[in-house]
Design a protein around this ligand. Structure first.
Ligand SMILES: Nc1nc2c(ncn2[C@@H]2O[C@H](COP(=O)(O)OP(=O)(O)OP(=O)(O)O)[C@@H](O)[C@H]2O)c(=O)[nH]1
Ligand SMILES: [Mg+2]
Length: 410
């Protein structure tokens, strides 16, 4: 069972005439190093190569490839990883020229997701993403082969095998698509059931490793898997939490985001990722101790946008304040050390009450239905039984106010 640890060399090309900054490329490389660590590999060395243009056929220039080949020999590396998605052609050529395994960021992320997937939904989604990735690779190779056209044997059995492979993948994808559809239906049903019981949903989103699961655990006193690794959480978990004034909410932990999240993954994990779309409030948990807060935030906000999340109030939560010595521009907390969580809960409650209308009503005994509705849907209720009906006061959501409006006296 014990596998030999992969020893990998990381690289990426940087176009020097693009006028772009080097810093984000370095950040991304460091993150790739963390991804490799999470995937159980070891990084021998890494480099950023400045180039005039990315070579379409083998990504790096020939000279650099030769250098890389020597590096592999010297360091005893078992493979190389590019921090950008390589085209099928580039991958194939590099593998031949370097005589080693060639991977890219996408493959690493897919690998981590595959290892992490616990639920049947997660597993199906990962397999789908992997097949889509493989399929697009096969399609690419196919196009390349037929463009090359001539040459005896260039097509022949190779092409035939390709067609069979593609067919097998398509068939498997059809089955998975069906399964994913069923799961989406189930998820939808669950959501509708939840919507009925009227408990507000607060989704925790954020960059991977920002402390989302830790926050859920601390607030709900539960024990969801939280660890110093990327993509610890793949399945959304929900826990009930009671706010200071007594309002009950459902807190949902979600999959972390990352820059350059492979689009196959976004597609396959859509139903899981879009959990945030059904929230009443979103908590954007940021690791305040990370030097890359701005990039992380851009990634989170643009991913939310891609998922179609809009018009939902977002609370910026700066986590891990125990590790910083500046004052963050929002609510600063430590999920791990329970610092300032009260302020966060109150902020959530404030938003919820913003949408609530205060009322005093007199509901006659002749309308027990409205009385029952009011009791089920209003918060902070106070009631007294009068001669002609129940005098009742509290807060009710603006969208439900009309139901009791005929009896409202203040
Ligand atoms: N110092 C410090 N560390 C924290 C705090 N909150 C969380 N952590 C640590 O940060 C790491 C990541 O925490 P998780 O809760 O797993 O992060 P996550 O956002 O759920 O990560 P993914 O599920 O991978 O996206 C863990 O090692 C936590 O112990 C905090 O307030 N202070
Ligand atoms: Mg997590």
């Amino acid at each position: 069972m014990e596998q030999q640890k992969e020893k990998l060399i990381l690289f990426v090309a940087y176009k020097k005439h693009m006028g772009g900054e080097l810093a984000p490329i370095e950040e991304s490389m460091e993150e790739l190093e963390e991804l490799i660590d999470t995937a159980g590999g070891e990084v021998c060395t890494k480099f950023i190569q400045k180039v005039d243009a990315i070579h379409p056929a083998h990504y790096l220039g020939k000279g650099k490839i030769e250098e890389l080949r020597l590096m592999i020999e010297q360091l005893g590396a078992t493979g190389v990883v590019c921090d950008e998605e390589l085209s099928p052609v580039q991958m194939k050529n590099l593998a031949e020229m370097l005589d080693t395994k060639v991977l890219d960021r996408t493959i690493i992320i897919l690998h981590i997701f595959a290892e992490r997937a616990n639920s049947s939904e997660g597993k199906v989604q990962v397999e789908m993403a992997q097949l889509k990735y493989q399929y697009s690779r096969l399609a690419g190779t196919g196009a390349m082969l037929s463009r090359q056209g001539g040459g005896i044997g260039a097509k022949g059995p190779g092409e035939k095998k390709l067609e069979t492979d593609k067919r097998h993948i398509r068939e498997r994808m059809d089955i998975l698509k069906q399964e994913i559809k069923e799961m989406e239906k189930h998820r939808d049903l669950l959501r509708k059931k939840r919507a009925k019981d009227n408990i507000p949903i607060v989704s925790i989103v954020g960059y991977t490793n920002s402390g989302k699961s830790t926050l859920l655990n601390t607030l709900s006193g539960s024990d969801v898997y939280a660890k110093d690794q990327l993509f610890a959480t793949l399945d959304p978990t929900t826990r009930k939490v009671v706010l200071p004034e007594g309002t009950e909410i459902r807190l949902v932990d979600t999959v972390g985001f990352i820059r350059k999240l492979p689009h196959h993954l976004i597609k396959a994990f859509h139903s899981t990722l879009e959990e945030a779309k059904y929230a009443d409030i979103i908590l954007n948990v940021v690791d305040a101790s990370s030097p890359n807060i701005d990039t992380h935030n851009d990634v989170v906000l643009s991913t939310l946008e891609k998922l179609g999340v809009k018009d939902i109030p977002i609370i910026e939560v700066f986590n891990k304040v125990d590790k910083i010595d500046y004052k963050p521009a929002g609510i600063g907390i430590s999920a791990k050390n329970s610092i300032n969580l009260g302020e966060l809960l109150t902020a959530i409650e404030d938003i919820l009450y913003d949408e609530m209308k205060k009322f005093v009503a007199n509901i006659p005994y002749t309308d027990p239905k409205t009385l029952a509705y009011c009791k089920a849907n209003a918060e902070k209720l106070e009631e007294s039984y009068e001669e002609d009906g129940v005098k009742i006061q509290g807060y009710i959501h603006a969208t439900k106010y009309h139901k009791i409006e005929p009896y409202v006296i203040v």
